[in-house]
Every structure is written in structure tokens, then in C-alpha cells.
Write a protein that binds this ligand. Structure first.
Ligand code: X90
Length: 276
């Protein structure tokens, strides 16, 4: 079977080895500039520029046309989007899938609403690449990825929720918690794909402890973990070591968050996707 994986840039993964792959970029838009979340974007430079920028900023998801372009030429497509609870990306991809299948009835597309973002989406992509690589048929891959999705979770820790609040993705009241100096708001992707706060941590060491406790509270017991950080490699490494100190054989990988996740998680933010 010829498979292709299509995602949007919320997965923090612009390429994937061993399988045809496309990432449709989201955009971060200010009155001065448009940042396209693809390989041309310097995420750190963007965050620095936004630090001193006082005007309005917002984001936009890929269009139906962007998804149609990403589907072009493929036969069997799995498409993973950022949560429909916070973005129109899933709608755009679903509309594109209908249009594509009208034109190409011999093809198959399954669009997955991740109800999440970043590292959880990465885990889903990694699993899809493995399942497709095993030569399974389309419906079997679809069944298995649906089942796998029941066993993945996302936790985050944010020092600021300014951009989330300004764009209506959390209330200003909730965002206040993360606005206090030295306080990180810790939360999870809810069952409907929105932000659910679980607590706050004072200081970097407490944050690592709290994230790990939250992971175990969700049922983590040594599965794969993916940590994406917004310019916070030290915290990501510390968390990785904490996990490995208890689950010595766990497969824990660290990477940088892309433009979209870094814009919303803001400098210092951590996103953790994991299997339960
Ligand atoms: O369509 C668009 O413009 C994109 C909107 C995305 C809004 C939120 C992205 C959040 C990224 C922040 C913490 C993780 C929250 C996950 C909850 C499901 C990262």
C-alpha cells in the first residue's frame, strides 16, 4: 500500500523519514509581519521579536487549499490535525478530504482530530509511520491508530498564557495564574481538546516534579514520552532524567517546539506527550 502522512505544523515535525510526509503550515500574524511555520522559520528569533512587539498578534490554520495541495498525488492518506477544540485546522482538512475523495474515489483518507497538539501529535505520527511501514491495510491501520490514540495524553507547563488569553483560547482569569513571576501553570489536554488546568508550580524544580506526578496520575508507567520545549532545553532534559530515574528503559525523546506551539506555549513552555 502507498501511504502518505499529512499533518499541520502544530505537530512540531516538518519532515518524517521513511514515509511520504507533508506538513501544512499554520501562520503567526502581527500587524508588522507574517511568520509561516515551516522550515524557513527561526522560532527563537520570532519569540525574541514578539517579546518587544506591543501590537496585536494572532494565528491562522491551513486552508482547505493547503490541505488539498498536501494530499495531491497520494493514494492512502492519514491526516492528523491540531485539536478542533482550539483551531479550524480539522475542519479545513475534513473539507479538503471530501473534495479530494470526490475527485479521486479510488483513494482513502482518514482525518484524525488529535484533540491535542505538539508532542502527542508527534507520537501519533510515529505510530502511524510504524503501522504503515508494516504493510497493514488501510482499515487495519485506522483501527490500530484509533486504539493507540486512546492511550496517549498531553500535559503542559507554561510560564505565560498571554497569547492564549489574547486569542480567546483560555480565559484571562486562567491566564493570570501563569502571569505571576516564577509560577508555571500546569495542565492537560482535556477529553474535548481544550486546556484544562490542574495546578501551578513555583520554581523550575517543582515544575518538573509536578509534571511527573501528573503523568503518573494519568497512568504513565514507562511508555514512550516526547518532550517539546519552547527555548527551554534544560527543563526538558531535567524532566527526561526524572522520568528515566524511575523508568530506566523508557523511550524518552526531546525536541524543540515549532512556531505555532512556541507562540502559544511562549518562552520557557514545555509540552509533554506520552503513552499510558
Ligand atoms: O487555528 C489556529 O489559529 C491555531 C490555534 C491554536 C491554539 C492553541 C494552541 C496551543 C499550543 C499550548 C498548550 C497546550 C494546550 C493543548 C490543549 C489541547 C500549546
Amino acid at each position: 500500500m502507498n501511504y502518505k502522512i499529512v499533518t499541520d505544523s502544530s505537530a512540531d515535525t516538518l519532515s518524517y523519514e521513511g514515509i511520504p510526509f507533508a506538513s501544512a503550515p499554520l501562520k503567526i500574524i502581527t500587524d508588522k509581519k507574517e511568520y509561516i511555520d515551516d522550515e524557513s522559520l527561526d522560532v527563537e528569533a520570532m519569540l525574541l521579536e514578539l517579546k518587544t512587539y506591543k501590537g496585536k498578534s494572532h494565528t491562522s490554520c491551513p486552508s482547505t487549499g493547503d490541505y488539498l495541495a498536501a494530499f495531491e498525488g497520494a493514494e492512502n492518506i492519514f491526516c492528523i490535525t491540531i485539536t478542533s477544540g482550539l483551531s479550524g485546522s480539522y475542519n479545513a482538512a475534513s473539507t479538503a478530504a471530501k473534495m479530494f475523495l470526490d475527485e479521486h474515489p479510488e483513494c482513502s483518507i482518514h482525518v484524525i482530530d488529535s484533540l491535542s497538539t505538539g508532542p502527542e501529535n508527534y507520537l501519533l505520527i510515529r505510530k502511524l509511520a510504524e503501522l504503515c511501514g508494516e504493510g497493514l491495510d488501510f482499515n487495519t491501520v485506522k483501527e490500530k491508530i484509533t486504539e493507540y490514540h486512546n492511550h496517549t495524553r498531553l500535559i503542559f507547563a507554561l510560564e505565560s498564557m498571554h497569547n492564549l488569553a489574547n486569542n480567546g483560547r483560555v480565559s484571562h482569569l486562567v491566564a493570570k495564574m501563569a502571569g505571576l513571576l516564577g509560577i508555571r501553570a500546569v495542565g492537560r489536554a482535556s477529553d474535548v481538546g481544550t486546556l484544562e488546568m490542574t495546578g501551578k508550580s513555583r520554581g523550575a524544580a517543582a515544575m518538573i516534579k509536578d509534571i511527573f506526578a501528573n503523568m503518573k496520575g494519568e497512568g504513565y508507567s514507562g511508555g514512550r514520552v516526547r518532550i517539546h520545549h519552547a527555548v527551554n532545553p534544560d527543563a526538558a532534559e531535567n524532566l527526561k532524567n526524572k522520568i528515566l530515574s524511575e523508568f530506566t528503559d523508557a523511550d524518552v525523546t526531546v525536541d524543540t517546539a515549532g512556531g505555532l506551539c512556541s507562540f502559544y506555549a511562549e518562552s520557557g513552555g514545555l509540552l509533554i506527550g506520552f503513552e499510558i
